[in-house]
Write a protein that binds this ligand. Structure first.
Ligand SMILES: Cc1cc2nc3c(=O)[nH]c(=O)nc-3n(C[C@H](O)[C@H](O)[C@H](O)COP(=O)(O)O)c2cc1C
Length: 365
């Protein structure tokens, strides 16, 4: 045991290492199951899936591993059901037309009824499918959801980008909290203040969240090797959530072109951009990010921009065209290595366990 053991006991896992969920189709059952089988906590990002698909994912995960795993949903934010009128939407679509033309695909769609799965339906299906753990990002799940999870013996994890968010999640009865520093790859989950007022670096966030809440704290953002894990535990975290380094592994659903960029000097620079989804997310800048920089604040909010960009992103990923893809990556992306998820986790665990130099008496490291 590396730390207090609180997180391991709560979640029923051997090592306090969580494979971060990936939304938008980049999670795979294989990745989550491999991580859980290797003693960590595998996660599956399901925010884009409807109820039937969520049920199927939980069934597939249960078939693939008998160990605990987590399924993740995005809590809806205010205004998410608003849609621009047709003229406004046509303007936003027009901005993207040159890219659609370059790839020779039809679109972007100008249908204002862009579909998004309903959260209440998603969460109902998820809890009924009885996964061992559910995790949430983008907000505090409704009280009824937390109570229902507890009644069913399902552990709940919330995600905070600030100390206030962590306190709110603990007050709502969540069992553990991810402290997601601004170093992290993918979407920012800020929900109490705008993203630009919620960009606390991982090193600053962990000790302050650890001081403010009494539930286990899972540090996320820029952690990719044993040095990062030890640092997070030293700062008061009970465990870590690693995203980008797992995204680079063979089992993740990222395209090969995306994986090939992680672990390279090109991944040393990442930016927060709204251009791909209408919500701030961290990734490696490419042609779309640079050419549309002036439109950063103009593009419509999630999920409208997400829907407008989806066919472009998907086609680009299939064809390996990094100019048009969302290349999500955290600030430690250059530390990522290709290989299997189990190989990565095993090496990480042995390196941490073998490290006598980092032993600290108070946390039993
Ligand atoms: C491609 C990608 C997709 C992500 N999707 C989600 C998601 O749907 N839900 C969530 O809670 N976190 C999501 N995250 C955040 C990760 O689960 C994790 O907290 C984060 O990647 C940790 O920081 P790191 O990338 O520096 O390791 C995503 C991250 C990436 C890179």
């Amino acid at each position: 045991m590396w730390g207090s053991g609180e997180l391991e006991t709560l979640l029923g896992i051997r090592y306090p290492i969580v494979q971060g969920p990936f939304g938008g189709g980049l999670s795979t059952v294989e990745l989550a199951a491999e991580v859980s089988e290797a003693g960590g906590l595998g996660s599956f990002g399901a925010h884009h899936l409807g109820p039937d698909e969520i049920r199927a994912v939980v069934t597939a995960l249960k078939a693939a591993t008998e160990r605990p795993f987590a399924v993740n949903l995005w809590v809806p934010q205010p205004g998410e059901t608003d849609r621009p009128d047709e003229t406004e939407l046509a303007g936003h679509a027009e901005r993207l037309r040159p890219y659609y033309d370059e790839l020779g695909i039809t679109g972007p769609a100008t249908d204002t009824r862009l579909p998004v799965p309903d959260f209440a339906d998603q969460v109902h299906a998820l809890l009924a499918a009885q996964p061992p753990i559910v995790s949430f990002v983008m907000g505090v799940p409704p009280a009824g959801v937390v109570a229902e999870a507890r009644r069913r013996g399902i552990q709940t994890i919330g995600t905070a980008t600030t100390v206030d968010e962590a306190v709110a999640l603990e007050a709502a009865g969540l069992d553990a909290v991810v402290a997601s520093g601004s170093d992290a790859g993918g979407h920012r989950g800020a929900f109490l203040r705008p993203v630009r007022e919620s960009l606390v670096g991982t090193f600053s966030l962990i000790p302050q969240v650890a001081d403010a809440v009494s539930i286990p704290v899972i540090a996320a953002g820029g952690i990719a090797d044993a040095r990062g894990v030890r640092a997070a535990l030293t700062l008061g975290a009970h465990g870590v959530q690693i995203g980008t380094a797992f995204l680079a592994t063979r089992e993740s659903g990222a395209s090969q072109a995306h994986k090939d960029l992680l672990g390279t000097p090109q991944a040393r620079i990442t930016v927060l951009t709204r251009l791909f989804s209408g919500r701030h997310a961290r990734g490696i800048p490419n042609r779309v990010v640079r050419e549309l920089a002036a439109a950063e604040e103009l593009v419509p909010a999630y999920p409208v921009q997400n829907a407008l960009m989806q066919p472009l992103r998907r086609t680009a990923a299939q064809r390996g065209l990094t100019d048009y893809m969302s290349l999500w990556a955290g600030q430690s992306a250059p530390l990522a290595r290709p290989g299997s998820a189990r190989g990565y986790l095993d090496a990480l665990v042995s390196e941490i366990s073998a490290s006598a130099s980092a032993r600290t008496p108070d946390r039993g490291l």
